[in-house]
Write a protein of this length. Structure first.
Length: 572
């Protein structure tokens, strides 16, 4: 079938559905929701068999849904209606939630139901649930709905609030008052729920040390205590604030400003000198010791654990963005890890993202974005090089979460790269203002997929699903329907590599030796960085413009041609 996606943006959920549907032979064209007139034009040009709206913030024009079936993906259980579905589910401590695929109709989210899928809730932020459970459930429900539509003769179920399986109800847009934190009364669990219900957007509005700002990236702290509401510590850019029964770490803040646009930054950077007098916690201890990170009980973005001959390095960086400082700390943790008496290092990334490359927000906030871009890419390269040059251990990049741009190529620096089945990769840089990219990608990619495919992968600017990535040779394995199954598979792989370590390490050293003799890593790096220098400092400002638009979330003014197939000249 020819399917048209009407969507606010090509976000992770839309990308996953795109991959599922194109993988089943459907032709999927995409149009961003820019205006009703543009949407009408797109439908007329595309003449789709079916319209799917994976991520829309406004209603589809009536003229369209009256004429043909439009399926809306709603992140709520059957009967749930309204724009803050997941926010309410988190705030109300729902135990089970779901995704419903409904037909667009006059009343928002009240159209006939084509399919739905439920999942158990998890203590996590809204975006984490969206990227994991909601995306998995949406894939199931959308495929079911599309199959029913294709088969024909199936009538969707009208929404019937009286049915026992319809537990949802209409809920209004959540307001800041609904989730405002009362630091003098709220316990840690409540504070976490409130922040998580608004993370990534819009954030809970609060005041920290006299600064009005939105809070994001919250984690429980059980070791430190203080007067409720007080900022009791900071470290690695995060701040720790006491609750009535414990404390929470808050990693990111966005200033509330009337005029100047603001974006999320590490909390300590936003607060600056206001943190003078607040104790800095001891530097994180990425040392291979207990599994719970810094101080045993304190949350840490970098954490190391060891089991038998396998060391695992977790790096849970907010939104997968890796700043110069984070790359430096991870490099240090990595170097300490490979000094241990283990055979295999698993680079586990975070639960939501493995890595999305350079920290574009911090670059945007720097006095000289060009200089900060330069420092950041060099820090990424140092890390990639350390992984590539490791001859004492075998290394595995284990992608439980998605990866984009330099994050994908960093993963390829390990001896094996494996991904959870639902993972979506964006192995290209071009979407960021024609960025050339580094992280030794010119060495890492062709040796895996060949020159021709490397050109296609980086030039197409399209997402690649884990299964497809395995078929292309981009990664070595794809398994595990969920995080737990994936971790089991990674553990088994790591154990098997450890068992074979002497032979595998000998082969690895020989291959690296051969490759280095052919063309040294320094030469790849120098060539890539020469191009990057042009991107950062050259005449063409495309990268700086694209980064500004990305960080400031400037709305799209058109759908790129590589997504809007119906707008390509000559496409029938
Ligand atoms: N630096 C800073 N923030 C980043 C980031 C980066 N490299 N990559 C993603 N983010 C942030 C987004 O701004 C967004 O922030 P929000 O929580 O305020 O909404 C959040 O992470 C999720 O990103 P989003 O684009 O909504 O996720 P997605 O799953 O739909 O798309 C990508 C994933 C990787 C395709 C997309 O985020 C992207 O293109 N990132 C930039 C990659 C890049 O060019 N890196 C620099 C070159 S190495």
């Amino acid at each position: 079938m020819r399917i048209l996606f009407l969507t606010h943006s090509f976000n992770s959920l839309s990308q996953r559905l795109y991959l599922e549907l194109t993988g089943r032979g459907h032709e999927v064209s995409i149009e961003f929701d820019i205006s009703d007139a543009v949407t009408l034009e797109a439908v007329a040009m595309c003449r789709p068999d079916l319209i799917v709206a994976p991520f829309l913030k406004r209603a589809i024009p009536e003229e369209i849904w009256r004429r043909q079936i439009c399926l809306i993906v709603h992140p709520g259980i059957r009967g749930d209606r309204g724009p803050s579905a997941l926010d309410w589910a988190i705030l109300n401590s729902e135990q089970e939630w779901g995704v419903t695929v409904l037909q667009a109709a006059a009343e928002m989210d009240a159209g006939d139901i084509w399919a739905s899928a439920n999942f158990p809730m998890r203590a996590a932020s809204k975006s984490s649930l969206y990227r994991n459970e909601v995306t998995e459930a949406a894939a199931v429900a959308v495929l079911e709905a599309v199959e029913k539509f294709e088969a024909g003769g199936v009538r969707p179920e009208p929404l019937d609030d009286a049915r026992p399986d319809v537990r949802g109800q209409w809920r209004p847009a959540m307001r800041q008052e609904d989730r405002a934190i009362d630091w003098l009364h709220d316990g840690t669990a409540t504070v976490l729920r409130k922040i998580r219900s608004a993370d990534g957007f819009p954030g809970v509005l609060d005041e920290v040390l006299g600064v009005a700002c939105y809070l994001y990236d919250a984690h429980p702290e059980t070791g430190l205590r203080g007067a409720p509401g007080e900022v009791i510590a900071h470290g690695n850019g995060m701040i720790c604030r006491a609750t009535v029964d414990g404390a929470v770490w808050v990693g990111h803040l966005k200033k509330k400003q009337e005029r100047e646009p603001a974006f999320k930054l590490p909390a300590a950077q936003v607060l600056g000198e206001r943190l003078a007098g607040v104790a800095e916690t001891p530097a994180p201890s990425p040392q291979p010791s207990p599994t719970e990170g810094r101080g045993g009980k304190t949350w840490s973005d970098i954490r190391y654990e060891e089991k038998n001959a396998v060391g695992t390095l977790h790096f849970e960086f907010y939104n997968g963005a890796m700043s110069t400082a984070q790359c430096g700390r991870l490099l240090q943790a990595y170097q300490e890890a490979i000094r241990c008496d283990t055979k295999v290092i698993v680079l586990a990334g975070g639960a939501d993202f493995w890595s999305n490359g350079l920290h574009l927000n911090l670059i945007e906030a720097a006095d000289s974005p060009a200089d900060e871009s330069w420092r950041n890419i060099n820090a990424m390269n140092d890390l990639a090089r350390a992984i590539l040059a490791t001859d004492s251990h075998l290394t595995i990049s284990a992608l439980q979460g998605n990866a984009g741009a330099g994050g994908v190529f960093l993963a390829l620096a390990a001896d094996r790269a494996v991904a959870r089945e639902g993972v979506v990769l964006n192995p290209h840089y071009k979407a960021m203002g024609n960025l050339y990219g580094s992280e030794y990608w010119t060495y890492l990619l062709p040796r895996r997929v060949g020159e021709e495919r490397a050109g296609e992968i980086t030039g197409n600017r399209l997402p690649v699903g884990a299964r497809q990535a395995k078929e292309l040779g981009l990664i070595d394995g794809c398994f595990g329907g969920d995080a737990a199954a994936f971790r089991c598979g990674v553990e088994a792989l790591a154990e098997s590599l450890a068992a074979d370590a002497p032979a595998l390490l000998a082969a690895k050293r020989a291959e690296r030796h051969r490759d280095e003799a052919g063309k040294p890593l320094t030469a790849y790096r120098a060539e890539e960085l020469a191009q990057m220098k042009r991107n950062f400092y050259g005449f063409d400002p495309s990268y700086h413009v694209a980064r500004y638009n990305f960080v400031h979330k400037v709305p799209h003014s058109r759908t790129p041609r590589h997504l809007a197939l119906h707008r390509r000249i000559g496409v029938k």
